[in-house]
Design a binder for this molecule. Sequence first.
Ligand SMILES: NC(=O)c1ccc[n+]([C@@H]2O[C@H](COP(=O)([O-])OP(=O)(O)OC[C@H]3O[C@@H](n4cnc5c(N)ncnc54)[C@H](O)[C@@H]3O)[C@@H](O)[C@H]2O)c1
Length: 229
Amino acid sequence: MTKVALVTGASGGIGREIALTLAKSGFDIGIHYRSGEEQAKSLYNEIGSLGRRAALLKGDLSGSDDCKNVVESCVFELGGLYALINNAGITDDALLMRMEDEQFEKVMKANLNSCFYCTREALSHLVKARQGRIINISSVVGITGNIGQANYAASKAAIIGFGKSVAKEAARRGICVNTVAPGYIQTPMTDVLPEDIKKNMLDRIPLKRFGTPSDVAGVVAFLCSDAAS
Ligand SMILES: NC(=O)c1ccc[n+]([C@@H]2O[C@H](COP(=O)([O-])OP(=O)(O)OC[C@H]3O[C@@H](n4cnc5c(N)ncnc54)[C@H](O)[C@@H]3O)[C@@H](O)[C@H]2O)c1
């Protein structure tokens, strides 16, 4: 039976590439999106043309109800779940002394709470099947910190601790949990950064090039494959 992967934030730069790469590896895909309906539909068609099935799943993952609905609808529409890719995320940058409560809470909810709610929901299905993969998308910023990103860095560092804990809980049920922490990747999230900040980042990257969504998607596809068992 074809394995199903649910990719959150699949209408965005990295999520879209992960969804396509997994479809090319033979997965049927749950395409979660929040507002990018047009991009989600075009991804749906592209996955169809690869001969794989897909389901369009809309929701704001900051709250547990939508996360539950998205995971359950994915299982219902595609007949199961093997891999959850917790990719949805946002930035809302400000120096800490100017950061509003709302800015901090919004980023934590979108990045960390969504990961918790979706993983909890997905695990109930994976545990029954006694197999599966959970892949969290953190960020190098969660390891190094970054000026203006205390909220984002806190959420991404928390995802690393979260992933390690869930990995220990889920391993005995045959489920592997991994967290990927990409460096700077060229997507709509980073396109909006000022040129001087981009230049400063590029200076610190030994390869002297930014990452691409397919760099991340390749790692995720490997972690979802039998080769990574
Ligand atoms: N671009 C980078 O340099 C970079 C580096 C490291 C990690 N990341 C992480 O990779 C992931 C994907 O980022 P991207 O660069 O593709 O950004 P993007 O903005 O292109 O995509 C992010 C997606 O997440 C969705 N999303 C955000 N908040 C949501 C919410 N509350 N509910 C539902 N969906 C929500 C958006 O709708 C969008 O589809 C994010 O978690 C990001 O933090 C990005």
